[in-house]
Design a protein around this ligand. Structure first.
Ligand SMILES: [Zn+2]
Ligand SMILES: [Zn+2]
Length: 271
């Protein structure tokens, strides 16, 4: 079955609408030269490849080179009960699918939010029909419906020690993945850009739109931070190669307090 990929966000579409709904939303952008669609075959012919990078024991990053769409780095969490593919990239071929399966059978494919859907249904096909979980609240953003998609709400334990939970904010169904065994048992959070790991590696940001610099309210940020307090995690990986290497739980708390302070007007921008 043929399908189309939006060249700007890398999300698969069953048909080609005049413009990608994800990109024309206020959280994304359509290029000045207009909407452009591509295909897997075209990307392959142009030399795009997916690469694996070991991040820590039982966690690898997957990114495309050259980048496809937003250019996210997917994450593959491996456990004795199988793996979870998080934030799938907008490209897949037999080579990368085989190397992913070398890390054990993939039990679920989940994107943190619609910007990270990538070619999730195609990944499922390449991995033998793995379920694709989509937040029910974000179901209208699915542009390539398929029976492998299962809608979920709230929180789910995908595998022992691997839990996904919807904290909202960036999208109504924006989710994070908690991996209890990560960081040598201190816990890891895969945050997509629900919680964005900043380049200083000691703070995070919470935004409705990252490319268009649209902040979330202090109340929403506080709700996100509170909902993460019941998880133990020392390290936080964002949806690129951005990471908070240690003390991430406290970093989220401090960053939420800082966000509140700025949007409430506690600080003087002249200092
Ligand atoms: Zn798009
Ligand atoms: Zn996003």
């Amino acid at each position: 079955m043929s399908f189309w990929i939006c060249a700007t966000c890398g999300v698969e579409h069953a048909t080609r609408p005049p413009v990608c709904a994800i990109c024309s939303d206020e959280r994304q952008w359509v290029p000045a030269e207009g909407q452009h669609w591509t295909t897997l075959a075209e990307l392959q012919a142009a030399g795009h490849r997916a690469e694996l990078t070991a991040l820590e024991p039982d966690l690898v990053g997957i990114h495309c080179s050259p980048a496809v769409g937003i250019g996210q780095h997917a994450k593959l969490v491996s456990t004795p009960a199988g793996s979870v593919l998080w934030d799938p990239v907008g490209f897949v071929d037999d080579d990368i699918a085989g190397r992913v399966q070398d890390h054990g059978p993939v039990r679920a494919i989940v994107a943190s939010h619609p910007h990270m859907f990538g070619v999730q249904v195609e990944w499922s096909r390449a991995l033998g029909g793995v379920p694709v979980l989509v937040a029910a609240m974000d179901r209208t953003w699915v542009a390539r419906p398929d029976p492998v998609i299962r809608f979920w709400s709230g929180e789910e334990q995908l595998l022992p020690g691997v839990t996904i939970t919807q904290v909202g904010g960036h999208f109504p169904g924006s989710a994070v993945l908690h991996w209890a065994a990560g960081a040598n048992g201190r816990g890891v959070l895969l945050s997509g850009d629900t919680v964005f790991a900043n380049p200083d590696r000691t703070s995070v940001s919470f935004m409705r739109s990252y490319p268009n610099r649209l902040p979330l309210s202090g109340a929403v940020v506080e709700r996100i931070a509170r909902s993460l307090e019941r998880f133990e995690f020392d390290r936080l990986y964002g949806n690129f190669d951005n990471v908070i290497p240690t003390d991430a739980r406290a970093v989220v708390r401090r960053s939420a307090d800082r966000h509140w302070g700025w949007v409430r007007g506690d600080f003087d921008a002249l200092t």
